[in-house]
Design a protein around this ligand. Structure first.
Ligand SMILES: Cc1cc2nc3c(=O)[nH]c(=O)nc-3n(C[C@H](O)[C@H](O)[C@H](O)COP(=O)(O)OP(=O)(O)OC[C@H]3O[C@@H](n4cnc5c(N)ncnc54)[C@H](O)[C@@H]3O)c2cc1C
Length: 500
């Protein structure tokens, strides 16, 4: 008899866990509360437009290759992946624009033009980041991080020093670059994804390596194509998906889960990987004596930002914008204060727009633009229709100013998504978009643990546990959790056999 594992949640981590378990001979059932797979990377269609609801930056293509090849497929078999060049456009002010090229030589030239001598520093910075990326991918991210002893190996310990865990990214960047523009270019990934650069270990320059060296890519048809590919691979290996089927609780024995409860009845299983938001599973689905962490623990956590998003269908084209566009024309300090130090709606938000129609005409009707606008904001802020309308006008003012074109009167499809949708749609703790901030005390062994310490067959996966937020880390998280589940269930099987 095959052992049966239930995976709660069909986001990237759940899909990854399901594939790994199925490829190792487990019977797998995925329970998903929403009507389709993808989790935060869901897709919706309206009037001929295809909107990706969450991720839009395809970084670290090697991780997607690893994933599909592991199950006998390939990225090329699943979708048509294109490298973007330029990777993205940055607006530092009206007519003060930089395009980030795919070619490293062109990137060095761009830095040099901004600050003479900086190309040499950039090369060193990226060489160091390449080392961190290599060690990180080979030796660190696939660790379950149950204990610091996993890192007690001479070779690893000596490399940890070069990983710059105890130097801040801000210090690293500011010691090398004087230009405020270059500093913003190198600090933005951590600002947008997690924490102040002053609180983020320089380890996270791996994000700069992913951005500037490995490049920005796009799956034609949209990010939803990755999800479709993963679901196809999973189904080919026999994974059963149950959509519109939220887990509502557990049937528990003393030290294990016997079944996952749903509105259609219990799903009996040998093990569970909970890839829905960790805090929700612990606080809402488990009794207090079976939780790893208290409400007070979660309330002390530093969360990565939430965001306010607009999905817009625009009649006609919008000139002057690329596929990805970052607007860095407001104060980073005010932005950081509104998100991290004194959470409130920012007066003058920094924001980001994605127009996939610049690369892919299939995601909008002919002659129209698909426009995604994302404003990072602090998690847990009040979210009303009035606030959403106000920020829509701010975003439009800025876009119209920078492009010199009227846009708002051409908007024919308009949707928004913010705090209350994150909570409602994903059971997201404080409406977080990308999980926990990447501070040192929330990295690796300091993250919420994968294993439930009271229940021998319950593991957590996803962006709130190791290795962290983002699509590639979520793929890794599901894979690592599945590996741990196999070890647990095989160990039990051996004990049963010995007993017989
Ligand atoms: C707006 C936005 C933009 C982003 N941009 C990028 C980007 O450009 N690049 C990048 O790499 N990353 C990006 N990210 C981060 C990335 O999308 C996430 O880190 C990743 O998708 C998280 O995957 P997950 O499996 O951990 O969680 P989720 O995707 O949240 O999946 C968890 C699933 O569990 C389900 N669920 C919840 N409760 C239950 C229940 N009781 N029963 C059953 N199912 C349940 C949810 O519906 C969901 O489908 C972005 C995220 C957001 C929100």
């Amino acid at each position: 008899m095959k052992k049966h594992v239930v995976v709660i949640g069909a986001g990237f981590s759940g899909l990854s866990a399901a594939c790994e378990l199925a490829s190792n001979g487990f019977q797998v059932t995925v329970l998903e509360k929403n009507s389709s797979a993808g989790g935060r990377a869901a897709v919706f269609h309206d009037q001929g437009y295809t909107f990706d609801m969450g991720p839009s930056w395809y970084w670290m293509p090697d991780v997607f290759d690893w994933f599909f090849e592991r199950y006998g497929s390939s990225v090329a078999e699943q979708y048509d992946l294109q490298r973007l060049d330029p990777g993205y456009r940055v607006f530092f002010g009206k007519d003060d624009i930089r395009d980030i090229p795919a070619s490293l030589d062109d990137l060095y030239a761009l830095f040099e033009a901004e600050e003479p001598g900086s190309a040499r520093h950039l090369k060193k910075f990226l060489d160091d980041a390449a080392y961190k990326y290599k060690v990180g991918m080979q030796d660190l991210v696939f660790k379950p991080c149950h204990s610091v002893m996993e890192f007690a190996d001479k070779r690893l310990l000596s490399s940890l020093f070069r990983m710059q865990l105890f130097t801040s990214l801000e210090r690293e960047v500011r010691s090398k670059f004087k230009s405020e523009k270059l500093r913003r270019l190198l600090e933005f990934p951590v600002y947008f994804l997690g924490a102040l650069p002053s609180n983020t270990p320089a380890l996270y320059s791996i994000l700069n390596y992913a951005d500037l060296v490995l490049g920005t890519w796009y799956p034609m048809g949209g990010m939803g194509k990755i999800v479709e590919g993963m679901q196809r691979v999973a189904e080919n290996m026999g994974v059963q998906f149950r959509f519109n089927s939220p887990a509502t609780g557990f049937d528990l024995g003393d030290d294990r889960v016997k079944a996952v409860l749903t509105a259609d009845g219990p799903v009996v299983c040998d093990g569970v990987i909970a890839s829905a938001d960790y805090q929700f599973v612990e606080q809402q689905l488990l009794p207090a004596d079976k939780r790893n962490y208290s409400a007070a623990y979660w309330n002390k956590k530093v969360m990565a930002p939430s965001c306010l998003i607009y999905y817009l269908g625009v009649d006609g084209t919008i000139d002057g914008l690329k596929h990805h566009n970052l607007f860095f024309d407001e104060s980073f300090d005010d932005f950081a204060e509104a998100i991290y130090t004194n959470p409130k709606w920012p007066e003058n938000p920094l924001f980001y727009t994605c127009i996939p129609t610049k690369t892919d005409a299939s995601v909008a009707p002919d002659g129209k633009e698909n426009l995604f606008i994302l404003i990072p904001v602090a998690p847990g802020l009040e979210d009303t229709d009035e606030i959403r309308s106000r920020y829509f006008e701010k975003a439009m003012d800025k876009l119209e100013k920078h492009t010199g074109q009227q846009i708002r009167h051409r908007v024919e499809v308009q949707h928004s998504f913010a705090y209350r949708d994150f909570v409602d749609r994903y059971h997201s703790f404080r409406g977080n978009a990308y999980g926990l901030a990447n501070t040192l005390m929330q990295t690796a062994v300091f993250k919420p643990k994968m294993r439930n310490k009271h229940l021998n067959n319950l593991l957590y996966a996803g962006q709130l546990t190791v290795p962290g937020p983002g699509v590639p880390p979520s793929l890794v998280s599901g894979n690592v959790a599945a590996g741990e589940m196999q070890k647990m269930l095989f160990a039990e099987q051996k004990i049963e056999q010995i007993a017989v």
